[in-house]
Design a binder for this molecule. Structure first.
Ligand SMILES: Cc1cc2nc3c(=O)[nH]c(=O)nc-3n(C[C@H](O)[C@H](O)[C@H](O)COP(=O)(O)OP(=O)(O)OC[C@H]3O[C@@H](n4cnc5c(N)ncnc54)[C@H](O)[C@@H]3O)c2cc1C
Length: 289
């Protein structure tokens, strides 16, 4: 049986929306296809009538500064993000995450849009974007809207995108003096999708004090997890072993690790999270000097 009847390569966002809304049967947008092609081939996704390939749309392949913010098109490959100088400067956590996804073959075709749209709570690109407080630009039949990334997820594998909608790209604030970010993960050997646990941190430092901080952990719940209580505790405090200990307690009280058959038990994740958080916070703290 054919997995699809029609494969379309639109050259613009409006063309893509038209293709998605006018297909005469089930339709799917596709980025690099590293997730969805396997789902189709292995029967986790039923065959579709039309596939709409988003990788030839110039607007979605831009990575540039726009009105004082970094714009990363949803069709940009993760290998390009990992070595892009603007991304390294303004979104270091994201470049570190992208550099760890899969192996070189996967990274050369996998897109950031696909990583986010798949809506998995431990997707590396997603977890990095969470600490960067990214905003997603979404286009659909009703026009274009921007939403905070944290509002894009409804559950594991379930995004808030409506029929006919696609992610065009992501906006991240430019880094300012005293600010820095970092991403770390604990994983099985390369090539196995998704980590045992990952963690991203963005922080602003003023002398010995954490002025502001954002912490994301995956998979810390049904949707990508922000450690809001730990963040609130740390803000305005000096970064010491005591404040770290209390922040970790706040995070552990809030996060919900579960056991996943392919990767790790919940207990193991609770065991690892303190070491990982310390490592990521320390790195961001040093960078923000
Ligand atoms: C061997 C292997 C290793 C991997 N390792 C990792 C890893 O270490 N970390 C990790 O996070 N992931 C990993 N993955 C998963 C996957 O490669 C990444 O999530 C990748 O970024 C997905 O991007 P893609 O462009 O290939 O998505 P696709 O497969 O093209 O699409 C994924 C989903 O998103 C939708 N979609 C794609 N683009 C858009 C858009 N712009 N707007 C709306 N919907 C869209 C598709 O319809 C589909 O539902 C791995 C996969 C493989 C096969």
């Amino acid at each position: 049986m054919n997995l699809w009847q029609q494969y379309i390569r639109p050259a613009s966002v409006p063309e893509a929306i038209t293709a998605l809304t006018s297909a005469p049967g089930p339709v799917l947008p596709i980025g690099g296809g590293t997730d969805i092609m396997l789902d189709l081939q292995q029967g986790r996704h039923s065959p579709v009538h039309t596939i709409v390939d988003l990788t030839e749309i110039p607007e979605m392949k831009r990575l540039e500064l726009q009105d004082g913010r970094l714009f990363i098109g949803a069709g940009v490959t993760v290998s390009r993000i990992a070595r892009d100088p603007l991304a390294v400067t303004h979104a270091q956590a994201l470049t570190e995450a992208c550099d760890l996804i899969g192996g070189p073959q996967v990274r050369n075709v996998a897109t950031l849009g696909g990583n986010v749209a798949h809506a998995l709570p431990a997707a590396d690109g997603t977890i990095a974007l969470m600490c960067l407080d990214a905003e997603a630009e979404i286009a659909g039949p009703q026009g274009t809207r921007r939403v905070p990334l944290s509002e894009l997820f409804l559950g594991p594998g379930k995004s808030a995108l409506q029929n006919g909608e696609i992610i065009v790209g992501f906006y991240v604030s430019q880094i300012q003096p005293g600010q820095a970010s970092a991403f770390k993960r604990i994983m099985r050997p390369q090539g196995v999708a998704l980590p045992i646990i990952n963690n991203s941190v963005w922080l602003e430092r003023e002398g010995d004090t954490i002025k502001g901080v954002r912490i994301a952990v995956g998979p810390g719940g049904a949707v990508p997890f922000r450690a809001c209580k730990a963040e609130a505790f740390l803000a305005g405090k000096p970064y010491t072993s005591e404040t770290f200990k209390s922040a970790l307690e706040a995070l552990v009280a809030e996060v919900k690790f579960r056991t996943s058959a392919m990767r790790a038990t919940s207990e193991y994740r609770y065991h690892l999270v303190g070491t990982l958080l310390k490592d990521t916070l320390d790195t961001a703290w040093e960078r923000a000097k």
